[in-house]
Design a protein around this ligand. Structure first.
Ligand code: SAM
Length: 273
């Protein structure tokens, strides 16, 4: 069956008109309208036929179609109740497509995706961080996460220790993956035009490079960055960690969180446990 291409400005406008839809700003709806960007995301995700893929927010099916054409088995989670009717039409005939109606922050991803899977998504920007943390911190069998995010978020995800934008998100992402910015995407590639430039980030998920209690580690990292301008000693005591343990951790506690490498955070967390 030959499917009309969705990733095109006039096709997208026509679909929205036909279903009497307007992009809902509150749901972060900026639909991709460029086939080349879809192709590059599919390429960055290294999709092979039969790959299990979780897509977050399929919208009208633009990226979904690219993934399906590459032979992926796509499970897509969409919150907007108006979109399933659209997707049933735009993606009619694709047998490798499964739609879950719901909120990605509430669905049980572990139950939905029990086998190794990849994530490919043009994320709703208002909940990017929560989604990334959910995917990374729940010990899911996810192997690769390829997401379109705001350019500034991409920079934070991949920032190195010592940089001004290095923070809890950088540490969470880099603890469990090697993250790289693949390419930037200008506003004109979306409808409606977003106010920001976007970027596609590829995270190759792996186990943390050292022994650490991940949940406790995350608590220490979040507390350390809670007040960026404070020293570690002040931030961590304010969060209730015992002063003596902080002082005997072997990390100079007059430093600020943004100067600590992943390894140093691990040393700190292990000392505080
Ligand atoms: N994938 C489409 C594309 O590339 O054109 C749409 C991307 S649009 C930036 C984000 C999508 O996420 C929208 O379809 C929106 O309705 C959906 N969305 C927003 N919040 C969501 C949530 N909590 N759970 C699942 N989907 C959500």
């Amino acid at each position: 069956m030959l499917h009309p291409l969705i990733a095109d400005p006039s096709a997208t406008r026509q679909i929205l008109r036909h279903f009497k839809l307007r992009a809902v700003k509150g749901l972060g709806q900026n639909f991709l309208i460029d086939a080349e960007i879809v192709r590059r995301i599919v390429e960055a995700a290294e999709i092979s036929a039969g790959d299990e893929v979780l897509e977050i927010g399929p919208g009208i099916g633009t990226l979904t179609q690219g993934l399906l054409e590459a032979g992926a088995h796509v499970t897509a989670v969409e919150l907007d109740k108006k979109l399933p009717a659209v997707l049933r039409e735009t993606l009619a005939g694709y047998e490798n497509f499964r739609l879950i109606e719901g909120d990605i922050l509430k669905v049980d991803v572990a139950a939905l995706m029990p086998r190794p899977f990849k994530v490919a998504a043009n994320l709703p920007y208002y909940i990017t961080t929560q989604i990334l943390l959910t995917l990374l911190e729940k010990n899911l069998p996810v192997t690769k996460i390829v997401t379109m995010v705001q350019r500034e978020v991409a920079a934070r995800m991949t920032a190195s220790a010592g940089s001004k934008i290095y923070g809890a998100l950088s540490v969470a992402v880099q603890l469990r993956s090697s993250a790289k910015v693949a390419f930037e995407v200008p506003p004109e590639k979306f409808l409606p035009l977003p106010e920001v430039t976007s970027a596609v980030v590829v995270c190759d998920v792996r186990r943390p490079p050292f022994e650490v209690d991940e949940e406790f580690f995350s608590r220490v990292v979040r507390a350390s960055f809670a007040q960026r301008r404070k020293t570690l000693l002040n931030s961590l005591t304010a969060a209730g960690f015992p002063r003596e343990k902080i002082l005997s951790s072997g990390i100079d506690c007059t430093r600020r969180a943004e100067t600590l490498s992943l390894q140093e955070f691990a040393q700190l967390a292990n000392a505080l446990r």
